[in-house]
Design a protein around this ligand. Structure first.
Ligand SMILES: [Zn+2]
Length: 610
């Protein structure tokens, strides 16, 4: 949920293991050494989870402890492709688990391009974490079954934090009427009719009025502020409509103050409500930021919110500056992602907080995708996911009317109370009923058909993005005999991925020399420029010219190459390393050449010379 969003109109608003091993073996043979193809998001094998794996109709969602237990269970079940890491603890001592997913037989996680995905930063936006539970279940269950999943887990590493704010998630989930721990007095409003829920009050201004006036139960019309069902406090702001008066939310205001989505370093503003005492002051945010910083293979991070209802949308950096402030190459990539998301969704939007409906200008600081881009030099993205109901007319959006229809026709109206007369001391005769006020909105924010459609979509999107990483390959090693008896060995190294090995142009700016020797060094700012390195090992000889380990600088990816080719640029996606070696004695001579990049994986080739 974003700060300048308009006031929400909530009223409208497994198989045999033998077979599995065989499939793994066949797939492994078919896929050896091929570059991971992009443009694959329509190529996945359907995933039909068992109820134990994933239940699209599950409501209420599982509590953090149960999700953690499941992650540990999965890591034990799939040791070859999944590990859980205890990366820190929440303020109340809940374990923060990060799941690392890759084929460990093809190398450690950090030897492959990495993608970081997290959810739960706004705990009342509950579906995001559930989307990641689905993602984890699917990639693990489909490894060796779905060739595309298998290929990506062989060549990529996924780091998944299903919930980075478990204390507040616990509160949000148990504050919903679906939970036994629901406390109606903690909801905004008052339970006037004593039915155990805070619902709605409605009345008509005149007997022949078309529309009802509506207020949450226990609220008054003449209050100059208004608290929505999510607990945001709004006040009138002239022609602009409403603005947020306060970030107080009843359910968080009493027990939980910080806004975890303002506590990252980049563009941090101390006055931003909820920003925290200093950057990364929250232990959960510090834990996440440290893990992302330490893993130099991460080229992309994605932070999931769940403010989407009728549609889902994506949010990109920069949040406090116009698009033009970003290097054109990085901007170009974000544009490509926008298009990919629009095709996949279909038609849903991507925008930056700088360009909000309420006006253009600096908005909010301390967001994780902005921090990832500005300080780590990797691509960062966010999304607003969720949504229940049925898109009856196939418009791509679940309208308020469709949501109502779904609630009545499919859900037997179970999430609302019947309207009953009530004599209000100030409003007079009114009715009380309708949807229950809760921190997660009137309905389960995502279950059923929409959960099925959108978790699948989200999965395809993440896999597509993962496929775009840079990939170094040693494409050829040759040797030539020299007249003095030495050999000249040349290794051509190519980037066969879509992104360049630097990933973002921003990474090259961060790693200016001042960071190494200047003020940056004193501040502990670490370079984020990780060039491609080539190493040679000579068997049966010695190197007489050329360093055994050489930096090749960077190799552009296909996206950049296409652009530079169009621009008449000279950068090419391959470079050559050269050595002179002298054979020892008359025995066999061979060289092993290995190329690697922090965010581009590695590749090795052996040449038998004699
Ligand atoms: Zn949010």
């Amino acid at each position: 949920m974003r700060r300048r969003e308009r006031m929400p109109t909530w009223r409208c608003c497994a198989g045999s293991s033998v077979l599995r091993d065989l499939v793994i073996a066949v797939v492994a043979v078919l896929l050896v050494a091929g570059p991971t193809d992009a443009q694959r998001f329509e190529d996945f094998v359907d995933f039909e989870p068992t109820k134990e794996q994933f239940d699209f109709d599950r409501w209420p969602y599982r509590l953090p402890a149960d999700v953690n237990a499941r992650l540990l269970e999965l890591a034990a079940q799939y040791p070859q492709i999944a590990r859980t890491h205890h990366i820190g603890d929440s303020r109340q001592g809940r374990a923060l688990l990060m799941m690392e997913i890759t084929n460990f037989d093809t190398g450690d996680g950090e030897s492959k391009p990495g993608m970081w995905i997290e959810a739960g930063i706004h705990p009342n936006e509950t579906p995001g974490s559930v989307y990641l539970e689905y993602f984890v279940e699917r990639v693990l269950a489909m490894y060796g079954v779905d060739p595309a999943v298998t290929m990506l887990l062989d060549a990529r590493t996924f780091y998944v934090v299903t919930d980075l704010n478990p204390d507040s998630r616990q509160l949000a989930l148990t504050s919903h009427p679906a939970w036994p721990g629901y406390e109606e007095h903690e909801q905004p409003g008052a339970d006037l009719n004593g039915d155990g829920y805070i619902t709605q009050m409605r009345w008509k201004d005149s007997p022949d009025a078309d529309e009802y006036q509506l207020l949450p139960e226990g609220r008054l019309l003449d209050e100059d502020w208004h608290m929505d069902p999510l607990g945001y406090v709004w006040r009138p702001a002239g022609d602009a409509g409403w603005e947020i008066k306060d970030r107080e939310r009843d359910w968080t205001g009493r027990r939980e103050q910080p806004d975890y989505n303002r506590n990252f370093g980049a563009e941090w503003v101390s006055e931003d409500p909820g920003a925290g005492e200093f950057q990364f002051s929250l232990p959960e945010i510090y834990a996440v930021a440290k893990e992302m910083t330490d893993r130099k293979n991460i080229f992309f991070m994605h932070d999931i919110h769940a403010g989407g209802v009728g549609r889902e949308w994506m949010i990109r950096p920069l949040s406090n500056q116009p698009y033009q402030a970003m290097h054109h190459e990085d901007n170009d990539f974000y544009r490509r992602l926008e298009v990919a998301w629009s095709v996949l969704s279909p038609g849903d939007q991507t925008f930056s907080d700088y360009y909000t409906p309420a006006g253009t200008g600096a908005t909010i600081g301390g967001l994780p995708p902005d921090w990832a881009y500005l300080d780590l030099g990797i691509y960062g993205f966010g999304s607003e996911v969720g949504g229940s109901g049925i898109d009856y007319d196939g418009s791509g959006e679940v309208t308020a009317e469709e949501l109502e229809r779904w609630h009545i026709e499919e859900m037997d109206g179970q999430f609302a109370e019947p309207w009953t007369p009530y004599d209000h001391p100030e409003l007079g005769p009114i009715e009380i009923g309708g949807y229950r006020v809760s921190p997660t909105g009137p309905f389960p924010p995502s279950i059923g058909d929409m959960m099925r459609i959108r978790t699948d979509r989200s999965f395809r999107y993440f896999m597509y993005v993962a496929s775009l990483a840079p990939e170094v390959r040693v494409v050829g090693v040759t040797s030539a005999q020299n007249s003095d008896g030495t050999l000249t060995v040349e290794a051509e190294v190519r980037n066969e991925g879509w992104l360049s090995t630097y990933v973002t142009q921003r990474a090259l700016e961060i790693s200016g020399s001042s960071n190494v020797a200047g003020p940056g060094a004193a501040l502990g700012i670490r370079p984020r420029d990780f060039p491609v390195v080539v190493d040679i090992t000579v068997n049966g000889g010695e190197i007489v010219d050329g360093a055994a380990s050489q930096s090749l600088g960077h190799l552009v990816g296909k996206f950049t190459y296409i652009r530079q080719w169009a621009d008449g640029g000279e950068e090419v996606p391959s470079k050559t390393a050269i050595w002179t070696i002298r054979p020892r004695g008359s025995g066999p001579v061979s060289v092993d050449v290995r190329a690697s990049g922090h965010k581009a994986g590695s590749d090795q080739r052996t040449l038998e010379i004699r």
